[in-house]
Write a protein that binds this ligand. Structure first.
Ligand SMILES: [Zn+2]
Length: 149
């Protein structure tokens, strides 16, 4: 800040506060005519007073919370995807076991991804998903054998 010249802003805003009539004097003192503080629900810090010095702390806290929330959502989504895939593999393995023909197809019946090689197209299942299906068919056979024994 160049000394000897006052600077004014009609309005300066941060994520939680709007300052009106902000003035930096020629001596470098900062003042404002009014400050309106917003405390949305995502800026919950128990017992914290909102002031310019506290603002950074609040913002950092809110950011950590949203990062953590996004991580939890992504974790939950990954679990759901895995469970859905396992169910799809099970039903596909059962369909194959009873002699159902799934191919030829251009997309994998399990994950929906496009199929490129002829083997995958013919069976309607990509090679990655096919490994899971084969494993499940083996498991089904093993349990049937156990039931028969
Ligand atoms: Zn697949």
């Amino acid at each position: 800040m160049t000394k000897g010249r006052a600077v004014r802003w009609r309005r300066l805003s941060s994520p939680s506060t709007i300052y009106k009539g902000v003035r930096v004097s020629e001596d470098g003192d900062v003042s404002c005519e009014a400050a309106t503080v917003y405390r949305p629900a995502y800026l919950k810090v128990p017992g914290a007073d909102v002031d310019p010095g506290n603002l950074l702390q609040l913002a950092a806290h809110a950011l950590r919370q949203s990062v953590e929330a996004r991580r939890r959502i992504a974790e939950k989504a990954a679990v759901t995807r895995k469970r859905r895939r396992e169910l799809k593999i099970s039903s596909t393995a059962e369909a194959i076991r009873v002699g159902k023909v799934l191919g030829p197809r251009t997309n994998c019946v399990i994950c929906g991804r496009g199929l490129a090689d002829q083997h995958s197209i013919d069976r309607g299942i990509g090679s990655e998903c096919w490994e899971g299906v084969l494993q499940r068919i083996e498991d089904l056979r093993a349990s049937k054998l156990q039931e028969a024994a």
